[in-house]
Design a protein around this ligand. Structure first.
Ligand SMILES: *[C@@H]1O[C@H](CO)[C@@H](O)[C@H](O)[C@H]1NC(C)=O
Ligand SMILES: [Cu+2]
Length: 246
């Protein structure tokens, strides 16, 4: 009972302090606010894993960028998260880029499309290219994202086929995830053009479809006996398939 009360007390304080992915960089070149990425006006999470909006969110800030960002294979790709569009909601916003309570993994997926600027988002075939969950010291991908001023990174696999892709950047906030349906999913899709690639054919999954509300990385109590959100010494299983490697 002590455990439960301690955990609950640490939960709801910052429950409305959410996040939006809103900038893309390639090898350190920041393309700027809302360029080449479809970002919504609202920072609210999706909590229904079966929602059609699980692929690339909805309610985009208008106009949506028509930019398709070239990404050479092997490049360090960055996506930056902020509390609201533009980053801080007010000067010194403690919940920018996200509330510190929102522990969880940082994940990237990609889907091959004909034209990243105009592609729809239903029925796409997604593969995971990167995941950053919980490390042995109790630090989450979200902790590292906050330390990096909202930036999250992965390296573009060298064997992927050249051409247009949607790049799906995702954060799952697990502060209330011990109740089914309370994990918070944040995702935005960037419009990219992979260049210099190979001929790999990754196996794929669907959004919605690949996550279940009862997956061990989605329905989970992340608090230890003292109420610390460090996973209680247990390893964390990031939802979805393994990350693709060449
Ligand atoms: C993708 O890159 C290739 C190679 O540089 C280029 O020929 C093509 O026009 C680019 N496509 C888009 C949509 O940017
Ligand atoms: Cu939130």
């Amino acid at each position: 009972m002590k455990l439960t009360i301690t955990a609950l007390l640490s939960l709801p304080l910052l429950a409305t302090a959410h996040t939006i992915a809103q900038r893309v960089s390639v090898n350190g070149n920041d393309f700027g606010q809302l360029v080449g990425i479809r970002s919504p006006d609202s920072d609210n999470p999706i909590q229904d894993v079966n929602s059609g909006n699980m692929a690339c969110n909805t309610g985009f800030h208008s106009p949506v960028s028509s930019k398709v960002i070239d990404v050479p294979v092997g490049a360090k790709v960055g996506v930056m998260w902020g509390h609201v569009i533009g980053g801080a909601q007010s000067a010194g916003d403690p919940d920018n880029p996200i509330a510190k309570s929102h522990k969880g993994p940082v994940i990237f997926y990609m889907a091959k499309v004909d034209n990243a600027a105009s592609s729809g988002t239903s029925g796409l075939k997604w593969f995971k290219v990167s995941q950053d969950g919980l490390d042995s010291s109790g630090q989450w991908g979200v902790d590292r994202m906050i330390s990096n001023s909202g930036w999250t990174y992965f390296t573009m696999p060298s064997c992927l086929a050249s051409g247009n892709y949607l790049l799906r950047a995702e954060i799952i906030a697990l502060h209330s995830a011990s109740t089914q349906g309370q994990a918070q999913f944040y995702m935005e899709c960037a419009q990219i053009n992979v260049t210099g690639g190979g001929s790999a054919n990754p196996s794929t999954v669907s959004f919605p479809g690949t996550y279940s509300a009862t997956d061990p990385g989605i329905l989970i109590n992340i608090y230890d006996n003292s109420g610390n959100p460090t996973g209680g010494g247990k390893p964390y299983t990031v939802p979805g398939p393994a990350a693709f490697t060449c």
